[in-house]
Design a protein around this ligand. Sequence first.
Ligand SMILES: C[S@@+](CC[C@H](N)C(=O)[O-])C[C@H]1O[C@@H](n2cnc3c(N)ncnc32)[C@H](O)[C@@H]1O
Length: 303
Amino acid sequence: MGNIKIHIPPFKTQGIKSKLVPLIKENVRIDNSTLWIEPFMGSGVVGLNVAPRKAVFADLNPHIICFYNRLKSRELNSCMVAEYLHEQGALLAERGGEHYYHVRDKFNTEHDPLDFLFLNRSCFNGMIRFNRHNEFNVPYGHKPRRFAKAYITKIVNQVRHFEKMLESNDWIFLCQSFEKTIAMADENSFVYCDPPYIGRHVDYYDNWDESREIALLKCLSKSGVRYMLSTWDFNRYRNNPYIDLIWGACNKITQEHFYFVGAKETNRNMIMEALLTNYSTREEANDIASEHTAYGQMSLVFD
Ligand SMILES: C[S@@+](CC[C@H](N)C(=O)[O-])C[C@H]1O[C@@H](n2cnc3c(N)ncnc32)[C@H](O)[C@@H]1O
């Protein structure tokens, strides 16, 4: 049994695709000259692991984009993250929720990306949610000792890995909607899209409905580039109707994913994740199917 190492970025997001990374990597079509375009960056875990030489990462959420831009310009670095988390972690241990809400109020007026990282790692369930006034409104996760030494080291190493990738590659980060990002594609680009799942999220930066999904298809078709789209195929209650309605011309690869709602083992839910592509993966389909089974026997190691 082998291991597949997955690099985890410093931010957690809903719908993070860490477990799908091996299947995505196996099926994207890029080489050293490809411009990787990721219009729905979220945490950035996919691009971080695909590790393209040239990339455009974008998202409507300005705070993750700001964090990575500051890392790129070196206004921010892993040592500053370590120092900040030690300081704020000690205050959280001492004052608990009072300190969490103090940082949340401060972040909602000053928008310091370090405060965003602190909130993301100490809020309830690592959620990212903003109200319509653009205010981060996730409650406290009730773990005053959240920033133990080992946990800080883990986050700092995640930041350090991102720093290394920024040094050796040509990556840019933009806060903009997907239409503008996809319009940047040329014939040597590959677009990986992971839009919000319709009806799944309620968040100011993360609104999605059928008209958005159709607009996305139109943008991708107009660009004429190779693309891959992440979506869901079915769960135990229903099928995703948009796969046939909107993405019927695409090829589909699937992988089961289990997630928990709350802590109880009985609340384990299955969703069949789907990768849709506008290029054929059929020739490789048999290999992929067997590798796919093999993934089930491999352990994914998250750093
Ligand atoms: C499912 S998440 C992406 C998760 C990411 N692939 C990961 O593994 O962490 C969808 C992202 O799309 C962003 N988003 C929502 N609407 C958008 C839009 N119109 N244009 C660009 N980004 C958008 C959200 O802010 C969110 O970060």
